[in-house]
Ligand binder design. Structure first.
Ligand code: AMP
Ligand code: GLY
Length: 421
């Protein structure tokens, strides 16, 4: 079979490595992929947002199955266009992708169907939002409605910060039209859990839980990033919490999407907070998380391609989704300065012996060498029988990946470890 994966980060590298385990796979094209992914797939210089280019490539190269991984092409209707061209693919269509691409849609869906989430108000007029904030309980959370490269959320600990967020999003248009509407919501507290799931619109099969580390520096200090590391499974996600999530959140969400005429087929990501009043939804994503995927897929024992095809064919019910009972840790190696500005173009060294453990996020080929080309450069994952061993092993492997101006957090997994004590 000829496969095509849309996207070019560490998440896509993890998906590609897993798909390759199926012996039926002859070739995987990555659009656009990256310099490191080029070791595992044929990279094609077509942007993930070039929907016409993607559809044309798929037709010309007789692609048998496509996986659309990033939020932008999903929100732009890439799956709709591929399906219309007769290419079976994994990922929600544009109407279902709204669960991530519009926070207003997601919040209204949860309210209508009684799915637990932070209480909220929606504004399309900045002066009304500012007026509301004069008396709103603080801390509060301000969210741009649309996609904003993961930066559209401000957790405001003071009223002044909340005012600033509204001005930046709605008046200065920091995120363009994504800020035409905003959500202002109740501040929740508790440990966060990410749960990715496979769903074909009728049946939902959660993957193993995970924990992201979003802040740039140790002890959850510094600015928010795309994610500096992950562990799986997440110790806060006990069997009792999992059952509560299934009954109160997961099943109600896929039923709600179906009832709205937007059946969700693909990977539905639940960003959850385990509050004292039970689990609540912080956000939905319409795709695999990055870097959650880099710890979840290495623990998947069932065949990924078979599962994905069963999602497309709506036969997930009969398909086994089995995880090993092990633990995984992924340490992200970033360029110094990330998530702000950083230098790139440094030679990236990944010893062949550990390349199976390395998911390259931002690298390019230059004069036959691999060089850094992004804020997040690579994620290094280890799998072990205990969380403690997975963390140790991930750091020891990460030490062997070299480039100038390299930075990483030194405490990935520590919060989870202390929860286990
Ligand atoms: P997001 O960009 O939606 O992933 O949100 C970024 C982070 O903001 C989340 O991981 C949470 O830590 C935090 N956050 C979002 N919504 C809330 C909320 N209602 N209460 C407290 N923290 C929140
Ligand atoms: N790691 C969070 C995300 O993928 O949105």
């Amino acid at each position: 079979m000829k496969l095509m994966v849309i996207g070019g980060g560490g998440r896509e590298h993890a998906i590609i490595k897993k798909l390759k385990e199926n012996p039926k796979v002859e070739v995987i094209y990555a659009l656009p992929g990256n310099g490191g992914i080029a070791r595992d797939a044929v990279c094609v210089n077509i942007s993930a947002k070039d929907i016409d280019g993607i559809v044309r490539f798929a037709g010309e190269n007789r692609i048998d199955y496509a996986v659309v991984a990033p939020d932008d092409p999903l929100a732009m209707g890439c799956v709709d266009s591929l399906m219309a061209a007769g290419i079976p693919c994994f990922g929600p269509d544009q109407k279902a992708a709204a669960i991530e691409s519009s926070k207003v849609f997601a919040k209204n869906l949860m309210k209508k169907y009684g799915i637990p989430t932070a209480s909220y108000e929606i504004f399309d007029d900045p002066s009304e939002a500012l007026k509301y904030l004069e008396t709103a309980p603080i801390p509060t959370v301000v969210k741009a409605d649309g996609l904003a490269l993961g930066k559209g959320v401000t957790v405001a600990m003071t009223r002044e910060e909340a005012f600033t967020a509204v001005r930046e999003i709605m008046q200065e248009k920091k995120f363009g039209s994504s800020g035409n509407r905003i959500v202002i919501e109740e501040y929740l507290e508790g440990p966060e859990v990410s749960v990715l799931s496979f769903t074909d619109g009728n049946v939902i099969k959660p993957m193993i839980s995970s924990m992201d580390h979003k802040r740039a520096y140790d002890k959850d200090k510094g600015p928010n990033t795309g994610g500096m590391g992950t562990i799986a499974p997440n110790p806060y996600y006990t069997d009792a919490v999992a059952e509560q999530c299934m009954q109160q959140i997961f099943l109600p969400t896929i039923r709600a999407m179906k009832a709205e005429g937007r059946p969700f087929r693909g990977c539905l990501y639940f960003g959850l907070m385990i509050t004292k009043d039970g689990p609540k939804v912080i956000e939905y994503n319409c795709r695999f998380g990055d870097p959650e995927t880099q710890v979840v897929l290495p623990l998947l024992e069932s065949d990924l391609l078979t599962i994905m095809q069963s999602v497309t064919n709506e036969t997930l019910e009969q398909c086994e989704v089995r995880f090993s009972g092990q633990h995984a840790c992924c340490v992200v190696l970033a360029s110094k300065g990330y998530p702000g500005s950083y230098e790139k173009g440094f030679e990236l060294g990944i010893p062949e012996a550990i390349s199976d453990n390395v998911f390259v996020a931002g690298a390019a080929q230059k004069d036959g060498k691999l060089v850094t080309a992004g804020g997040r450069v690579a994620g290094v994952t280890a799998v072990a029988e205990t969380l403690e061993d997975a963390i140790k092993e991930a750091y020891s492997l990460a030490d062997q990946v070299t480039f100038d101006n390299r930075m990483c957090r030194s405490d990935i997994g520590q919060r989870a470890l202390s929860a286990l004590l």
